[in-house]
Design a protein around this ligand. Structure first.
Ligand code: AR6
Length: 183
């Protein structure tokens, strides 16, 4: 699958199940309660085991656009970064800034905890209804801006994990958009 190199960090797009990723941290597309739900959130809680819910209960929720860290328990990933994407309400309710903030805060939290390899799902593009192409452009754009601003970043691998071909294609388009911009 497609790759993009930026300074010392490689961005990947892969199709698969994020709960099986062998990375230091997987990002969860959670809701403000942090007490579980459907989609990727449900899958991560099932795979991590009940200890994850117990850990989440101690966190007092999470605001939309923010991120919080727990251990990964039974996952291969040592950590889970829980972030809460915006519900799509037509695009005029701060959705783009909130979605960008999910990626930014997740990267800051990862960096602060020495996490070098990180896997993101396509936050907000499922149950929360964010249009796919706009969401993947924000995901890639925010990650690249972060890396540009953090030339000493210790994060070496960032993987965008996709459940379906349409999401893979949208990330690949976002990568190409960036490559065209640097020609
Ligand atoms: N691995 C990778 N991607 C997945 C997986 C998986 N195992 N499962 C689903 N996806 P969603 P949201 C994809 O709905 O839109 C929950 O109930 C999915 O195909 O999981 O941010 C929370 O508790 C889509 O591309 O998250 C919240 O209430 C992407 O992950 C709400 O859903 C995100 O879809 C959050 O909604």
């Amino acid at each position: 699958m497609k790759k993009l190199q930026f300074n010392q960090t490689t961005l990947h797009v892969v199709k698969g199940d994020i709960t099986r990723c062998e990375v230091d941290a997987v990002v969860n597309a959670a809701n403000e309660s942090l007490l579980g739900g459907g989609g990727v959130d449900g899958a991560i809680h099932r795979a991590a085991g009940p200890e994850l819910l117990a850990a989440c209960r101690t966190l007092d929720g999470c605001r939309t656009g923010d991120a919080k860290l727990t251990p990964g328990f039974r996952l291969k990933a040592a950590h889970v970064i829980h972030t809460v994407g915006p519900v799509w309400r037509g695009g005029m309710h701060g959705e783009a800034d909130l979605l960008a903030s999910c990626y930014q805060k997740s990267l800051e939290l990862a960096e602060a905890h020495g996490i070098r390899t990180l896997a993101f799902p396509a936050i907000s593009t499922g149950i929360y209804g964010y249009p796919l192409e706009q969401a993947t452009a924000i995901a890639v754009g925010t990650v690249l801006k972060y890396l540009e601003n953090q030339p000493e970043s210790d994060i070496t691998e960032i993987t965008f994990v996709c459940f379906d071909d349409a999401t893979v294609y949208a990330y690949e388009q976002a990568f190409e958009e960036f490559e065209r911009g640097t020609d």
